[in-house]
Design a protein around this ligand. Structure first.
Ligand SMILES: [Zn+2]
Length: 169
């Protein structure tokens, strides 16, 4: 099996880790011997064979894994912060604060911090749990609907200003 190896970027190092690959392939961490990252695909070495994965589909699968893992997280409104939620893992009872803005679903967990450092964007399993709680199926859908809401609000403000000016005349 041929794969063009290249120098690993910071994003490669955080995305194509043994831990992440094990999750996506549903393997134990110690079944993976090595991971080579190429331009388009990655090669995962197991002790008796190797698996070539397309990078794009790997990323899509990883998003699916995060979404599935978000199902064990309970969400409640943050007691003293606006647009914030407490996301609590029902298995280990770890909880994180998720803060929503119009473009981001921030979380104070390590997974989110890593994604944010690399792409200035991201969504962790806690973020997916909050989005799901609010009726959104993806980060894109949330950002898109927030944008629409803002546009609608702006039109309302503009038209009410127009009415006030008309009444004064
Ligand atoms: Zn998180």
């Amino acid at each position: 099996m041929q794969i063009h190896r290249r120098k690993q970027t910071a994003a490669d190092k955080m995305l194509y880790t043994k831990k992440a690959v094990a999750k996506v392939l549903n393997l134990a961490y110690n079944q993976i011997e090595f991971i080579y990252v190429g331009e388009e695909s990655i090669l995962v070495g197991l002790y008796n064979n190797s698996i070539k994965l397309d990078k794009q589909s790997f990323r899509e699968e990883f998003v699916k894994v995060r979404k599935i893992r978000s199902q064990t997280i309970a969400v409640r409104p943050h007691p003293n912060e606006l647009n914030a939620f407490v996301a609590e893992n029902q298995i280990n009872h770890h909880s994180h604060t998720v803060q929503l803005t119009d473009r981001h679903v921030f979380c104070d967990c390590e997974d989110y911090q890593k994604q944010y450092d690399n792409w200035q964007q991201g969504c962790c399993k806690h973020g997916y749990a909050v989005l799901n709680h609010l009726g959104y199926s993806s980060l894109q859908e949330y950002i898109h609907r927030e944008k629409e809401t803002r546009a609608k609000h702006l039109r309302l403000v503009k038209s009410s200003v127009g009415i006030r000016i008309a009444n004064r005349a």
